[in-house]
Design a protein around this ligand. Structure first.
Ligand SMILES: Cc1cc2nc3c(=O)[nH]c(=O)nc-3n(C[C@H](O)[C@H](O)[C@H](O)COP(=O)(O)OP(=O)(O)OC[C@H]3O[C@@H](n4cnc5c(N)ncnc54)[C@H](O)[C@@H]3O)c2cc1C
Length: 308
């Protein structure tokens, strides 16, 4: 059996029947078959090969800061580089990091070395792998802007190097396939004065603190903005949905595109707020909002209103 086979060799973490609520910023998520944190890239390759050979359902996740996981039992394996694949190096203006490194560390180190480009991403939670998959961005900067190359592991367990021209990056979108594990990446930044970098960082962190409900658990923006001049949060606000509460989940009064967990919210509570927002926005403005957050374990009907 796959579980016992992996357990035989892994020096990493292997948690059977693990609750995903322990691994998401929402604090929501049911049990999965196992949550696996490989010891190193060699173990990771072995695990990926085994999982594919067995045709087992699986998801690669980072630190779960952009994830809504259903509460029901999910018959899948979760594989994460978080807290494991953490090698990091910075030389001149080049950064090389494995996908388990937290984006916050990369931002901090780049600032320390007087490198500009990533300082506006200060405060974006999550790992490098998640940031690349989501093309994380804030205050005009996107992680893909400074990418030189990415190493991925294919489903056959081969490490391949991809270059920016191989990957389509758009607003909160990348064309990495769901069976490609993002292993590491290389970035090239520019140098700038300490003051210039500090100013950009300050603008971003002040903006974040004033506009986001950071005291509560969330997964950041739930929906993508329909286009650069039309914010999803504005539509939700104009539809009068701010403050709407289902169970312990609420459409934040502070930022309408953040759905917050007051403590005991269920996946179904967040899902029903998603359906409601989509339905009302569609009725009022003719726009079907697209999710920014990624989901695990839901049917389409749980996330879309029936009559849209
Ligand atoms: C308070 C708050 C504020 C936020 N602000 C911002 C913001 O300003 N800008 C922004 O862009 N985002 C923001 N986010 C969302 C989130 O932080 C980012 O999307 C982040 O980059 C996700 O990283 P993660 O490691 O948590 O990824 P996860 O949530 O674990 O995963 C996200 C996606 O990436 C995939 N993935 C993760 N790691 C890998 C890997 N190694 N290989 C292959 N696929 C992988 C997962 O399958 C999933 O599809 C915010 C979230 C919160 C909670």
């Amino acid at each position: 059996m796959l579980i016992s086979e992996i357990k035989k060799f892994t020096k990493g973490i292997f948690l059977d029947n693990e609750l995903m609520s322990k691994h998401t910023s929402y604090g929501i998520g049911g049990k999965v078959l196992a949550y696996i944190r490989p010891f190193d890239r060699y173990e990771l390759i072995k695990i990926i090969k085994l999982i594919h050979r067995n045709n087992s359902e699986h998801y690669f996740v980072g630190s779960g800061s952009n994830l809504l996981v259903n509460d029901k039992k999910i018959n899948a394996y979760i594989i994460t580089p978080a807290k494991a694949l953490k090698s990091f190096g910075i030389e001149n203006n080049v950064i090389i990091a494995e996908s388990g490194v937290m984006l916050g560390k990369i931002v901090k180190e780049s600032i320390k070395h007087n490198l500009t480009g990533l300082e506006s991403l200060v405060g974006v939670p999550g790992t490098l792998g998640g940031a690349l998959m989501m093309n994380a961005g804030a205050w005009g900067a996107e992680i893909s802007n400074y990418l030189v190359s990415v190493e991925i592991i294919s489903s056959s367990g081969k490490i391949k190097t991809l270059y920016p021209e191989d990957i389509d990056f758009k607003y909160r979108y990348s064309s990495f396939k769901s069976n490609e594990f993002i292993l590491s990446a290389k970035f090239k930044l520019n140098t700038a004065s300490k003051d210039e970098i500090k100013n950009k960082k300050l603008i971003a962190s002040k903006g974040r603190i004033s506009s986001q409900p950071l005291k509560f658990r969330s997964a950041g923006s739930v929906f993508k903005n329909p286009h650069s001049k039309l914010a999803a949060g504005l539509l939700i606000d104009e539809a009068g949905l701010k403050g709407t509460r289902h169970g312990d989940a609420e459409i934040s009064e502070h930022h309408a595109n953040f759905f917050i967990n007051h403590g005991n919210a269920k996946a179904a509570d967040i899902a029903s707020l998603i359906r409601l927002s989509r339905k009302i926005i569609y009725q009022k403005f003719g726009i079907m909002l697209e999710l920014e957050i990624k989901t695990i374990g839901f049917n389409k009907s749980e996330l879309f209103p029936y009559d849209a």
